[in-house]
Design a protein around this ligand. Structure first.
Ligand code: FES
Length: 105
């Protein structure tokens, strides 16, 4: 399946150890800055639609501010509870200071 590269923000828009939410092609996508490495996932918690970018980030793990479910933003995998659904993860491309995500066509 092909995909397209969509510009989202500048690297300076996302402070280190934080995430920011952006509307991209009708999706709420979170861009995360994990010590200078950028990742992209769904921005909405799969539990009860909590705003993940308002959560606390430790390493690459964000804790949802609503009920403390935890996700690894580098992989999209649920950390706690383990049976929680994983986050959709998007590939990130950095060109200069521009952050792009690859979205399926
Ligand atoms: S909404 Fe995220 S843990 Fe409940």
């Amino acid at each position: 399946m092909s995909d397209r590269m969509v510009p989202v923000c500048r690297t300076s828009d996302v402070p280190i150890r934080q995430g920011r939410e952006f509307e991209v092609a009708g999706r709420a996508i979170a861009i995360w800055n994990v010590n200078g490495t950028f990742h992209a996932t769904d921005a909405v918690c799969p539990h009860a639609e909590g705003p993940l970018t308002a959560g606390f980030v430790t390493g690459s793990v964000v804790t949802c501010p609503m009920h403390a479910w935890m996700f690894d933003v580098a992989t999209g995998r649920a950390v706690r509870p383990a049976m929680a659904p994983n986050l959709v993860r998007y590939n990130v491309v950095i060109e200069g200071d521009q952050v792009f995500v690859r979205l399926p066509e």
